[in-house]
Ligand binder design. Sequence first.
Ligand SMILES: NC(=O)c1ccc[n+]([C@@H]2O[C@H](COP(=O)([O-])OP(=O)(O)OC[C@H]3O[C@@H](n4cnc5c(N)ncnc54)[C@H](O)[C@@H]3O)[C@@H](O)[C@H]2O)c1
Length: 280
Amino acid sequence: MSSWANMLEGKVAVVTGASRGLGRADALALAEAGADVVITDILIESDDDSKQEAQKLGPLSQVLQSTKVVYAEKTAQEIQAMGRRSFAIKMDVTDLEQVKEVFAKVKEEFGSLDILVNNAGTLDHTAQIEKQRDDFWERDLKVNLTGAYNCAKAVWPYMKEQGWGRIINMASVAGTLGGFGQSSYSTTKSGLLGFTKSLALEGARHGINVNAIVPGIIATEAFKMGNPKMNERMIERTAFKRPGEPEDIANAITFLCSDKAKYITGIGLNVSGGIELFTF
Ligand SMILES: NC(=O)c1ccc[n+]([C@@H]2O[C@H](COP(=O)([O-])OP(=O)(O)OC[C@H]3O[C@@H](n4cnc5c(N)ncnc54)[C@H](O)[C@@H]3O)[C@@H](O)[C@H]2O)c1
């Protein structure tokens, strides 16, 4: 029987989009549970090209880049200070070749690749269908859906060979409930739930568990920069009448990555403060 303390000791995790927000919190929680953690993102503090990358990513990333809300390297240092191995590396999830290169480096340096958290995502715009920008539609599909596919595909051979793996896909209640003005975003998040179930079926024979987290409203920088009136309305819909904290997501992920959750696969776990419940 494994113990709750250090339940991820000896495991190596890669978190995508971990420069801030939920990805950063996930990385810290996995490290606290004993894992070595590689921080990947398209925005890294020391990267000379990060302004251009932020430009490509859209309005939110431009603001966060210019206000220096990028903590990939700081997070890696915090993890090292806990006594775990960690490094931060630039990785665009839409670039399969780059993903393969980074994973090969992780395997070479840390010896295995046990946990993948597909967290990278775009949540920077809302627009009704007639005003939806076509390039943002394409980008959302590419980052949120193809990005998760690329990373899962690239990590699969390592996990299969080890006979053990955990993949967590970051969905959203926008994918289960829909979201006004969020056609592209919610399409990708629904898609991730189907992707999770199919991979869970394929992974079971190899010891690879694949699950999704379905967050509700979580108080990250990205959320705080959203439309205040819309945010208020969403908070009002939760049973708790408050947004969740990044740690609420990170705790659920840590559990799902552990052997405590070895019989759980193919689920979408709501961590949503009951936003999907019928309240009146
Ligand atoms: N915050 C919420 O309320 C909430 C709710 C539901 C789901 N989610 C999901 O959780 C995840 C994290 O959300 P967050 O609130 O921390 O947002 P965030 O914008 O702070 O984090 C997303 C990260 O992904 C990175 N990224 C974007 N495109 C990338 C690419 N091509 N390659 C690599 N990295 C890339 C960004 O640079 C950023 O660091 C997202 O998938 C989001 O859809 C968040």
